[in-house]
Ligand binder design. Sequence first.
Ligand code: CS2
Length: 481
Amino acid sequence: MPSNLPRPPRKVPSPSAPPRPDVGIVHLGLGAFFRAHGAIYIQEAMAASGGAWGIVGVSLRSPEIRDGLKPQDCVYTAVEQGPEGNSVQTIDAVRDVLVAREDPEAVLAAMSAPEVRIVSLTVTEKGYCHDPATGRLNPKHPDIVHDLQNALPVSAPGYLVRALDRRWKQGLPPFTVMTCDNLPENGRLLRGVVQELATMIDTKLAEWIDTECRFPSTMIDRIVPKTTEDDIQDLANETGVLDAAPVMHEPFRQWVVEDNFVDAARPDLRAVGVMLVDNVLPFEHMKLRCLNGTHSALAYLGYLSGHETIADTVADTAFDRYVKKLWSAEIIPVLEAPPGADLNAYADQLFARYANPSIRHRTWQIAMDGSQKLPQRILGTIAENLAAGRPVPGLMLAVAGWMRYVGGVDETGAAIDVKDPLAETLRNVSDNAHGVNKARALLGIRDIFSEEIARMMEAGVVSAYGRLLEIGARAAVEELG
Ligand code: CS2
């Protein structure tokens, strides 16, 4: 990293100054996605209509983002990567960054400050400590076991419950809990997880949360690949300013939010293009199934076919045909269009977004945490089609691709670096079976596949897995025509 360049201009008085008085939001999980999506909308909403909605960002584990942002007073660059070139914007909506592992007390203090009205989250699917097959809290999750025994938590649900407890005891209103992760009915799911944990700690607290707290569901969308060292270097060379924590994103963005906030306290999101609606579900289904479902399909089968990014994958004609057919023949037929949406036009726009050559979104990155992603992205679509008697060869191949991927060895015999909270279990299950029986064994993992879905899928997924073994991923994709 070139270190002789100046840092981005300072916007706040000093890096160690306490949070500025205009903080209104604490955000858990200050990754690239939120900094390239929610933080930009919130900055624009404050510019358009005012309001004290500055953000205290929290990294639950790693100090990396804090270490990059604090020396530049939490100001960073958002680089929009369009097919025809880049444009940059300076983002200063983040006022402070805390690292929960280092100072959990500071995080709870920030969350229970009276001026904080919203706690938003992007902690990824696995951060909810739930069982992906049922959407319920997993009480055996080690972080939940810890949080039941300790007042200083480690999990996101633990922070929410302990901070709400403090507010309740201090006579403050609760904050609105706004999840921005790709989970089905994300607000309802998180509400359930928080309620279950609170009930185990104090039933009176759980009752107060139930009546006073709000958990709006949201649909969030923008493609934001992980920032690389090359991105940092390229930006520094272009601008002459060293930003240690920039974010890279595509031009497209969308945010649909259920308008359900404690005391109606929220930034003026409508003024900046956010859709505030009564029912997010049809938008969420459209996005999770059309975008994230095909993203995962392209990630596993693309990776196995030797493609590094999504743009490289859809540039391959076999995958171009494959993904278009997934939309038209398997996903859209069982989807209800949200008000005002045209699903075929939505799919066309998705294809153009995937093909954007400026966005280097690695198949390996999207392949991460598949055990937490498959149910809401792919399994629901499969179940609905099979119940209607329609075959789903493309999605069966996608699940078989995931099975082949989590086996940990690619088609050339090289090791795959599988990142997944269940990676070890998946590998063991796969290693202990042979040939297509690996697919049967993986279908037996009840955290992912309910008994019913496993039974419905068995014939299709075993046959797709067999094709992957016989002819390899690319040929199997091509064969679907
Ligand atoms: C992707 C998403 O990494 C993944 O699993 O499918 O992060 C996707 O890029 C976003 O949901 C787009 O809004």
